[in-house]
Design a protein around this ligand. Structure first.
Ligand SMILES: Cc1cc2nc3c(=O)[nH]c(=O)nc-3n(C[C@H](O)[C@H](O)[C@H](O)COP(=O)(O)O)c2cc1C
Length: 199
């Protein structure tokens, strides 16, 4: 754990590219904070290098599409494989954690995916960071362009119309919310690292 530079890994799966767009936005938001390096880690192949990159991170932001009301099977395979980190004296203890998900319905039972991520993080002894935003698009004068238009606190959510390609969905409004989550986690991680130096 370095106190000069904060490393934020984005550990994500995407079946058809929509959640990958959201992951890229989270990474861009984190990388925009001075002193922070963002590392996009696709979970399709669980190589030794992948585990090393996650080990080197100070924060890991988990992301997956919501499939059948929970994280995709590829993400769940990663979560189960991570038991080897858990068994080695909670190897991710005190890393910061956060999450994001995307689905085709406005609700789509996305909350269950975020709950799954937060329980997973807790089992690893990680520290969960939620979204410090009021819900957008929730008053008569509000706009669909508001940050957090889908109104979630546990993490960032996005919606992608099922017949629209990943070039066009999720919409910019949800990508801005994703970037905001990345930025927030980056700032909290820096604070956490500097605090541990002082302690
Ligand atoms: C097997 C499967 C299950 C899905 N289950 C849900 C669901 O529970 N709720 C929902 O709103 N959308 C559901 N969807 C739609 C996806 O979440 C949506 O298409 C998303 O944009 C896919 O992201 P990706 O391109 O990153 O894979 C499902 C799609 C698939 C393939």
């Amino acid at each position: 754990m370095s106190t000069e530079t904060a490393r934020v890994a984005i550990a994500y799966h995407s079946g058809r590219g929509h959640t990958a767009r959201q992951a890229e936005a989270v990474a861009a938001g984190a990388a925009a904070v001075p002193g922070v390096v963002a590392d996009l880690v696709a979970l399709d192949e669980l190589t030794d290098e992948l585990w090393d990159r996650l080990d080197a991170a100070d924060a890991i932001i988990f992301g997956a599409p919501t499939y059948m009301g929970s994280p995709s099977a590829v993400f769940k395979a990663f979560a189960e494989a991570s038991v080897k980190v858990w068994a080695a004296d909670l190897g991710w203890r005190d890393k910061l954690a956060a999450g994001f998900t995307n689905s085709k319905a406005m609700a789509g039972d996305k909350l269950n995916t975020l709950v799954d991520f937060s329980v997973f993080a807790a089992q690893h002894g990680m520290i969960w960071v939620g979204l410090d935003l009021y819900p957008g698009w929730a008053e008569s004068t509000a706009s669909i362009e508001d940050l957090n238009r889908l109104g979630s606190w546990l993490g960032a959510t996005a919606q992608s119309d099922a017949d629209v390609s990943a070039e066009k969905a999720p919409p910019e409004t949800d990508l801005r919310t994703a970037a905001y989550l990345g930025e927030r986690v980056a700032k909290v991680t820096l604070r956490h690292l500097r605090g541990s130096l002082a302690a």
